[in-house]
Design a protein around this ligand. Structure first.
Ligand code: 8YV
Length: 322
């Protein structure tokens, strides 16, 4: 029997590429140049499985016409870059990589919260520019983190891991919004309390951190009205997806002083980051590093391997999205 033909759209950790090459007839992207829409459409007609990442846009148009692909093994937990309805219509199985990136993404959210509150990015820029004039009592005064209230939007795996860090590491009170009811005893494990609406969370939180999925359901969840509903002087952290925040409304809210600052890892039109944000000092900007550790990226790749292997061995895939 010929081995399944598999395309890996980007460079992956070497150990994972080696396992894939042992098991499948695999095409690697050694130059790591992202594929365009036409190349992705071609890939779906040439390969039995395609293994995409967040940098591959797979809208409905990519699924038009004759398709050979039976499986999309996404490298990442978020899948709002894939038109799931079209994949289902073409009977394509889609999987993702939950669990293995929970800790590292929660760590990055914590890093952003601390950096924006304590002006870490700004301070580092000052030292590197040789502009630090020496210690003084009023120099670069930030906002205290310990003991404050943090609002978590989306109390899934990553939201919980973030709440755990905030509560047990920094003595923070945790409130959260989640579309479904969370057992209060489970919430209490993280020192957290569920509130009924996003507005209820925004009204009491000194820091708000987004941990909900991207895509149509949560598009622009943070808009002008929601920024206005935040507590004066509050900060927003986004390690979820760029489309959860209306960036134009965000820039206005920062310019007006409606909110005090933001820490972002994800953007509406990655890798483009609005020039207005880049110019602001009370903004910490990371280049989508949530899962970017040696351990996690390898574990993500191995999870894709498990899913593809199960699929081609005729077993149920462990991480089915569609
Ligand atoms: C990934 C992420 O690096 O898993 C996710 O959803 O946002 C990141 O941690 C990226 O999406 C890989 O496709």
């Amino acid at each position: 029997m010929p081995r399944p033909r598999i395309l890996v759209t980007r460079r992956w950790p070497a150990a994972v590429e080696a396992v894939l090459a042992e098991r499948f007839e695999v095409t690697l992207n050694r130059d790591d140049i992202p594929l365009g829409e036409n190349e992705l459409r071609q890939a779906l007609s040439d390969y039995d499985a395609v293994l995409p990442t967040v940098s591959d846009k797979l809208p409905a148009a990519v699924f038009a016409g004759d398709i050979r692909t039976k499986m999309l093994g996404n490298f990442g937990v978020g899948f709002n870059h894939i038109d799931i309805a079209s994949a289902k219509a073409k009977d394509i199985t889609v999987t993702n990589t939950p669990g293995v990136l929970t800790d590292c993404t929660a760590d990055i959210a914590m890093l952003l919260l601390l950096s924006v509150a304590r002006r870490g990015g700004e301070g580092e820029r000052q030292v590197r520019a040789g502009e630090w004039k020496g210690w003084c009592p009023t120099h670069m005064i930030g906002t205290k983190v310990t003991g404050k209230t943090v609002g978590v939007i989306g109390f899934g795996r990553i939201g919980r891991a973030f709440a755990q860090r905030c509560h047990f590491g920094f003595g923070m009170d945790i409130v959260f919004y989640n579309r479904s009811q969370v057992d209060p005893a489970e919430a209490a494990r993280y020192g957290a309390r569920q509130l009924s609406t996003v507005e209820d969370v925004l009204a009491v939180s000194d820091f708000v951190s987004l941990h909900c999925p991207g895509g149509a359901e949560n598009r622009y969840l943070m808009n002008a009205a929601r920024f206005a509903a935040m507590k004066p002087g509050a900060f927003l952290i986004n390690t979820a997806r760029g489309d959860v925040v209306d960036e134009a409304a965000l820039i206005a809210a920062l310019a007006n002083g409606t909110i005090s600052g933001v820490g972002f890892d994800v953007y509406e039109r990655e890798p483009q980051v609005p020039e207005a944000l880049v110019r602001m000092e009370n903004v910490v900007l990371l280049p989508h590093l949530g899962s970017a550790t040696e351990e996690t990226r390898t574990a993500m790749g191995m999870k894709v391997v498990e899913n593809v292997t199960a699929f081609f061995e005729g077993r149920e895939v462990p991480d089915r999205v569609a």
